[in-house]
Ligand binder design. Structure first.
Ligand code: PRP
Length: 183
């Protein structure tokens, strides 16, 4: 869907589909260069990362493998605890693989912080992160992220994989959700 399909639900279009497409090409070029001669394992974090994984992987000019994890924090109230539950694990062995975690958004950074340590603990040769969006003002832990599409304000954003109550993931742009939708 396009922003025009849900115009009353958005206060602002933050990042357009054209901007996302252009940034994806830039990130892919950087990844192609950095991983030249290697074949990274792209690990998508369900559900939000589906769009990023789909577009970023196809923008690459090298071979990659793809796998998926689904994780959940232990309830919304304890998200800040950083405790993450694995709902679906990888099917691949990451031992000595160059892992590139693909995420839609970094909010507090707790999910990624857990995932990075988890994958390193399995013996990955390297673990890096590609995230299309990051909210610098929401970061609760120091996190090194090699590939970031856009730094965005700490607002309720939807689209391009980001949902509210399961909706808006299929919105092509990323917009700020109007308070009347969630209040
Ligand atoms: C989102 C996003 C990240 C995580 C980031 O997933 O996809 O995985 O939150 O938040 P953090 O930096 O505060 O840990 P969510 O739990 O909303 O699930 P979803 O991908 O299915 O939407």
């Amino acid at each position: 869907m396009d922003s025009s399909d849900v115009a009353p639900d958005l206060t602002e279009i933050l990042v357009t589909q054209e901007q996302i497409a252009a940034r994806t090409l830039e990130l892919a070029a950087q990844i192609d260069t950095d991983y030249a001669g290697r074949e990274p394992l792209l690990v998508g974090v369900l559900n939000g990362a589906v769009m990023v994984m789909s577009d970023l992987s196809r923008a690459l000019h090298m071979h990659v493998r793809m796998d998926w994890m689904a994780v959940s924090s232990y309830g919304a109230g304890t998200k800040s605890s950083g405790v993450v539950r694995i709902l679906k694990d990888l099917t691949s062995d990451v031992h000595e693989r160059d892992v590139l975690i693909v995420e839609d958004i970094i909010d507090t950074g707790l999910t990624l912080s857990y995932l990075i340590e988890n994958l390193k603990g399995r013996g990955a040769a390297s673990v890096e992160v590609a995230a299309m969006f990051r909210k610098p003002d929401a970061l609760a832990v120091p996190l090194e992220v090699k590939y970031v599409g856009f730094d965005i304000p700490n607002q309720f954003v939807v689209g391009y994989g980001l949902d509210f109550d399961g909706r808006y993931r299929n919105l092509r742009d990323v917009g700020i959700l109007a308070p009347h939708v969630y209040s």
